[in-house]
Ligand binder design. Structure first.
Ligand code: UD1
Length: 418
């Protein structure tokens, strides 16, 4: 098992480019199941989760060809298995997004229930209820979702609560369903907009992207096209936070500033000087970091996926702050590890109270999930001395070449084998 050895306490400098968005690329890859022709996708990050999705699609009979420069070609002409096995789904919950496309194109799908998760219960009842409302017959047997539908029909469905992959699944299924589907309280995340734009490029009839109500008029078939994935706003936010906690000036390129409005406001609130250009952000740290209290919310609010990283910023701030996690009930696993590095945090249910401290101390720490591992890497960059971050397979799920990117801006980071 690999670890990261990080020698912290140094400032960083220079610029780096953000990779393609994992959470946009995954459903876009699954959406290729809707079409019997080859589709080219550009700006696909080289990540463990992308490999898992490739494995899942090829297991079903799709061919995946890796081109140059983060481009992949997917051909789902010869799908012979409409089946997503537990072994793959358990390593990546987002595998559930194959359910809608399989059912819409082939009229059947058997997809493992994702099971437990370190950040909360994460049920998939809305995916199942939504597809049932479109006429699918769904049974849960031996831990698997068995879905059949001779024809999916348009329907009106309201998400409660709003679900990102739930919206993705129903939008994909509705693209080939008969008639009009109205999805209320839909996710407005840029990754959902990107998926919708991809489906529109293939010939789907979708309106209302980026709003609470997405309307899909089903079409008979979709065509082959080429599409580029948006940059990863979570990776971008993580590097912006890295600049502040290491007291460094950085330029982060290849991002869409509009996708980062609330995180930029929070970082400005902490005293950061931020200069936004068309596709890049220059960031400078303040003399003293101001604490910023916030709650996580669906887009356009502060994403739960940067809650852990922003906690590291607050740990190093001059004063007290609170963080209210409203999306997942157990997304504070990083707190115990950060406490081992000297953080002063107390937890009461889904609220963390943080007393800022002067500096973190190095320690061996263990990543518990993807974003928690990003927080530990940030903490290690800020802490004086050597920190070993264990179980970095979590970070490799969602951050492309994290060690190389950090080294390129002057961080002392080394990937080591256990
Ligand atoms: C997606 C993102 C993940 C992010 C999360 C919230 C991907 C691949 N993953 O996860 O990085 O942290 O959005 O922004 O895009 N819920 C139900 N029933 C359902 C589905 C969800 O009750 O059927 C609840 C969940 O338990 C959670 C909330 O809805 O409390 C939001 O979850 P959801 O948006 O579905 O998260 P994911 O799509 O799994």
């Amino acid at each position: 098992m690999q670890k990261l050895r990080i020698n912290g306490g140094h400032s960083l400098k220079g610029e780096l480019a953000i990779s393609g968005s994992k959470n946009a690329a995954l459903p876009i890859m699954a959406a290729c199941l809707l079409c019997p022709n080859e589709i080219q996708i550009e700006n696909v990050p080289n990540l463990r989760d992308i490999k898992t999705m490739s494995l899942l699609l090829s297991h079903m009979g799709a061919t995946i060809e890796k081109g140059t420069e983060n481009t992949i070609k997917i051909n789902a002409k010869n799908i012979n298995q409409k089946f997503a096995p537990y072994d793959l789904v358990k390593t990546m919950r987002a595998s559930i997004v194959v359910l809608g496309p399989l059912l819409a194109r082939f009229g059947e799908a058997i997809v493992s229930l994702p099971g437990g998760c370190s950040i909360g219960a994460r049920p998939v009842n809305l995916h199942i209820e939504g597809l049932s409302a479109m006429g699918a017959k769904i049974e849960i047997k031996n831990g698997y979702i068995h879905a059949v539908a001779s024809e999916l029909k348009g329907c009106e469905f309201e998400f409660n609560p709003v679900s990102v992959t739930g919206t993705a699944n129903l939008m994909m299924a509705a693209s080939l369903a008969k008639g009009k589907t109205i999805l209320d309280n839909s996710a407005k995340e840029p990754e959902i907009v990107n998926l919708g734009e991809f489906l529109i490029t293939l010939g789907a009839n979708i309106s209302g992207l980026g709003t609470e109500q997405i309307i899909i008029e089903g079409v008979k078939s979709l065509k082959s096209e080429c599409f580029k994935v948006i940059p990863d706003r979570i990776e971008a936010a993580t590097f912006l936070i890295a600049a502040l906690i290491t007291r460094s000036n950085l330029k982060i390129n290849n991002l869409i500033p509009d996708h980062l409005k609330e995180p930029i406001d929070i970082l400005r609130g902490s005293g950061a000087k931020i200069n936004v250009s068309r596709e890049s952000i220059d960031i400078k740290p303040p003399e003293k970091i101001k604490p910023v209290s916030f709650k996580t919310e669906p887009y356009p609010g502060i994403p739960t996926d940067i809650q852990a990283q922003l906690m590291v910023l607050n740990i190093l701030a001059d004063g007290h702050s609170t963080i209210h996690e409203t999306i997942f009930e157990n997304r504070f696993m990083h707190v115990l590890e950060l406490q081992r590095m000297g953080a002063d945090i107390s937890l009461s249910r889904n609220v963390a109270s943080i007393k800022g401290i002067k500096g973190l101390k190095s320690a061996p720490v263990m990543a518990t999930d993807l974003r928690a591992s990003a927080a530990l890497v940030l903490a290690a960059l800020a802490a004086e001395g050597e920190t070993i971050v264990d179980r970095i397979y979590h970070i490799d799920r969602g951050y492309e070449n994290i060690d190389k990117k950090l080294s390129s801006i002057g961080a002392m980071v080394e990937r080591i084998e256990s």
